[in-house]
Every structure is written in C-alpha cells, then in structure tokens.
Ligand binder design. Structure first.
Ligand code: BG6
Length: 473
C-alpha cells in the first residue's frame, strides 16, 4: 500500500518566475517581461513593450540563472527525484520566428539538466509556461494566428532533439484551460493575445485554443518519433466546480461549469471535441477554422498522461432565468465548508482526491500532480529560519488526500511536484511576498534584498516525506 516505489517526488517552477537574466545571452523579450508588479488584489499591468521606469519583477526574479547550482543542491538535499521547470522559449528562439535556435540558450538548459542528473534528479519539462515570445504577439497576434502552430512545433522539436537523452517527461502548454474565462490577463498568458476593439474574446479564445491543441498534438507526434520512450502530457489547471447546493439546478450548473473549464482535457486526451462543445459552437454560431487535417492531427497526437495543477475548488450556483444552464450565466459563490488563503484561494485538500478521481474515471491514463502549494506571508526569524507550520499543514493534508486516492480509489499516479520549492515571483500578481517555498529567498515586492537563500521549517519536513515515500507526513 502506498505510492509506487519510483514515485516522482519533487517541486515545480517556471523559467520566467525564477531565472531572471531576461535579456542575457541572446534571450528575447517574452510576454512575462512586459508585465508589471501587481499586489494582493491589484492586477498586473501589461505595458507596450519594455518601458523604462516600470517595475518588471520577472526581469531579475530570483536570479536562478546564476544561482541554479546552489538551488539544485538544496533540492538534492531534500531528496528530490524530479524537478519540474520550463524552457524559456525566448532563450531558444528569441523572437519566436527565428530560423536558427540560440546556442547559448540551449546550452543553459544542458547545464541545468546535467546539474539535476548529477544528483539523480529527473528534469520534468514544460514547453510553454506563460512564456510566448513577445514578438509573436506584436507581429502575428499570438495564437489568433495559425502560423504560431509551426513556430511552437519547431521550438518543441528543437528541445526534444537536444534533450532527448536527458528528459523523459514533457508537457506542452501550461494550464491551457486558464483562458476559459477569456480575461485579458489569461488570454495574454496562454495565447499571446492582446484584445482589440471589435474582438469577440470568447470566440477568439476558442480559436486560439484550437490552434494550441493542434500544435500540442503535432508536438506529441513528433516527440514520439524522436524518442519513443518520451511521456508527453497536457497540463490542466484543475479547480473542481462543486454545486453550491444539492438543488438539481445548481448540480446541472456545475456540470456546465466543468464543461467550460475542462473540454480542453477532453480534446488533449481523447483526440476529438466532445459533443457538448460541438453543440455550443452550433448554438453560438461560432464557425471556427478547424480543418479535417486538424481533426486527424488531434487524434494522432493524444497525450500520454495528464499533468495538472491543484490549488483550490470552487462552488457554483445557478442564476435565475438560466434554464439552459448556459456558461457564463452562473454565479461562483463562497464555499462555507472550506477556509481561504490570504489571497482568497479556497483551501480544500479533499478536492485533490476528488480531482484525481474525476480525471481517472473519465480517462484512465496515468496522472501527475505537477503543482500544489500554499502562497502565504512568511516571517523570517532572527536566526534566518521561518516557522511555516501553515504550509506544512496545507501540504500534509493534500498529500494525505492524494494517498487516499492511490490506496483506496486506485488512481494511477506517477508523481507529485509541489509548487514551488523555492520562493519565486507570483504569476498572477507579480509579488515576491506571496511565498510558496521550502527555501526562503531574501527579496521583497519592491525588488530589494540580498537574494540569500535559507531553509524554512518545511524544508526538513518535506525531506522526511520523500525519505519515507509519503508514509510519514
Ligand atoms: C499556476 C501557474 O496557475 O499557479 C504558476 O502555473 C503560478 O505559474 C501558480 O505561479 C501559483 O499562482 P500565483 O499567482 O500564486 O503565482
């Protein structure tokens, strides 16, 4: 009973949130480089290129680019079996449409992966984690343009070829389904889209997501030719949507909300659009550019496993006069049964077991939990430690729920990479003070600090968890 003996324990990060060196060694500008620092409850702004005098937290981040040896050594000390990170697209193809890759960028990831492998840590790699080249946004309109499929596939193939002996587990687009709400922030992060007057953001999102799904399927197929042992997955942001009550209307409404958020997974895994999406396109009269060739590609490029992030669950109530249970006509409500974090994110460990069951009932393929963690305000003590018992509590409860899903429900789980083993820049707010790490980094929201790394209490706790393969929590 318990996790498999080769269970992949580790941690997850994304290049733009920790590397820094935004314009070093030939790196181009990515969409993360034009996002300013926000704050708790204050959204980040998107500037027109890099503007002098603005505060861009990703430009330096925690300078992992120069500290990676020290940081990987600390992860090795915790006993990591794997380390999930992304390859910054703009280190490899600075503009996205370049003819040749940038050798200095490729070399950086060779060095990083070698450093991991030296300690027996497997790199687990996301190809596109909110890191589109900014040039693709300004010149092509991001994934509103079919041409981006080829740019992505070229990038993916270049990485597969270069690292085929060093990386086995890959994922294509991070949290591809975040854009289901088609807000400007998420459309830019996922698809490189800046909205213009006259755009229908919802339709645009469906079109861009279609191109990304085709690009992902093409990458999966190409990757299997390059190395048949590759495991190439999708990456879904999973926040299960519960009905707020057992009123059948709320229950049906939650089915609709789940469709809206998770149709992306249906296409990734099954290789075709679910009937409810075809009906939705019909109802809305959305005639998307989806060719027969695309449909064939989707079938041939179904993913090998499902990687997903899990932070929270949600609850939904049907709105009056929503007899058709149509999307976007429901209300998300506070779930009284669960607490929330300082950033208002519901804390629901049981929801992780629910999510694992939901995926496994639906698809029966292996899964990996590639993000799960608590963003919190940490207080450093005079002796340089942090007593982050709240983080230990959060992770303990979630790992216990995951263990139940394995032991009692029999789900097929490959690994767990908590987010994020070291404090990094928050993706949604750009803050440093929204900390997730086992390793504290001395830097604040204003960008001040020595960047010195120190171990929190949770560092020693997670080491024990890995040592006992999740038996001792
Ligand atoms: C996920 C992203 O949505 O959540 C990460 O894949 C992100 O990039 C993480 O950092 C936590 O969100 P935040 O906004 O607290 O950094």
């Amino acid at each position: 009973m318990g996790f498999r003996s080769d269970f992949l324990w580790g941690g997850a990060v994304a290049a733009h949130q920790l590397e820094g060196s935004w314009n070093e060694d030939g790196k181009g500008i990515s969409i993360a480089d034009v996002m300013t620092a926000g704050a708790n409850g204050v959204p980040r702004r998107i500037t027109d290129g890099v503007v002098e005098g603005e505060n861009y937290p990703n430009h330096e981040a925690i300078d992992f680019y120069h500290h990676y040896k020290e940081d990987i050594a600390m992860m090795a000390e915790m006993g990591f079996k794997c380390f999930r990170t992304s390859i910054a697209w703009t280190r490899i193809f600075p503009n996205g449409d370049d003819k040749e890759p940038n050798e200095a960028g490729l070399q950086f990831y060779d060095n990083l992966f070698d450093e991991c492998l030296k300690y027996g840590i497997q790199p687990v790699v996301t190809l596109c984690h909110f890191e589109l080249p900014y040039h693709l946004v300004t010149e092509y309109g991001g994934f509103r343009n079919r041409k981006c499929i080829d740019f992505f596939v070229k990038f993916a193939k270049t990485c597969f070829e270069r690292y085929k002996k060093k990386v086995k587990y890959w994922m294509t687009f991070n949290e591809i389904n975040n854009q289901a709400d088609y807000t400007q922030h998420n459309l830019l992060q996922e698809s490189g889209i800046l909205l213009k007057d006259g755009d229908n953001p919802e339709k645009l999102m469906y079109q861009a997501a279609h191109y990304e799904l085709v690009a992902s399927a093409m990458a999966v197929k190409a990757g299997h030719v390059i190395n048949p042992d590759f495991m190439i997955g999708c990456m879904i942001s999973m926040c299960p949507v519960y009905p707020a009550t057992c009123n059948p209307e709320d229950v049906m409404c939650s089915v609709g909300a789940m469709h809206q958020k998770y149709w992306f997974a249906d296409v990734h895994v099954r290789g075709y659009y679910p009937a409810y999406m075809e009906k939705l396109f019909e109802r809305k009269n959305y005639k998307l550019d989806r060719t027969e060739e695309d449909m064939r590609i989707l079938k041939e490029g179904a993913v090998d496993y499902i990687a997903f992030s899990y932070y929270m669950s949600m609850a939904v109530k049907n709105k009056e006069n929503n007899a058709a249970f149509d999307y976007n006509n429901n209300s998300y409500v506070r779930n009284e049964y669960v607490d929330v974090s300082d950033w208002g994110w519901p804390i629901d460990s049981m929801g992780l077991r629910y999510a694992l069951n939901w995926f496994y009932d639906r698809y029966q393929i292996p899964m990996m939990v590639v993000e799960n963690g608590l963003g919190a305000y940490d207080k450093k003590m005079p002796d340089d430690t942090v007593d982050d018992y709240y983080r230990i509590d959060y992770l303990k409860n979630h790992i216990a729920a995951m263990r139940d899903a394995v032991n009692m429900d029999g789900v097929d789980l490959l690994g767990y990479t908590m987010w994020a083993p070291i404090d990094i820049v928050s993706a949604s707010t750009g803050e440093m003070d929204k900390r997730y790490g086992f390793i504290y980094v001395d830097k604040n929201n204003a960008g001040e600090g020595t960047l010195k790394r120190s171990k929190k209490k949770s560092f020693y706790w997670y080491k024990k968890v890995i040592e006992t393969n999740g038996q001792e929590l």
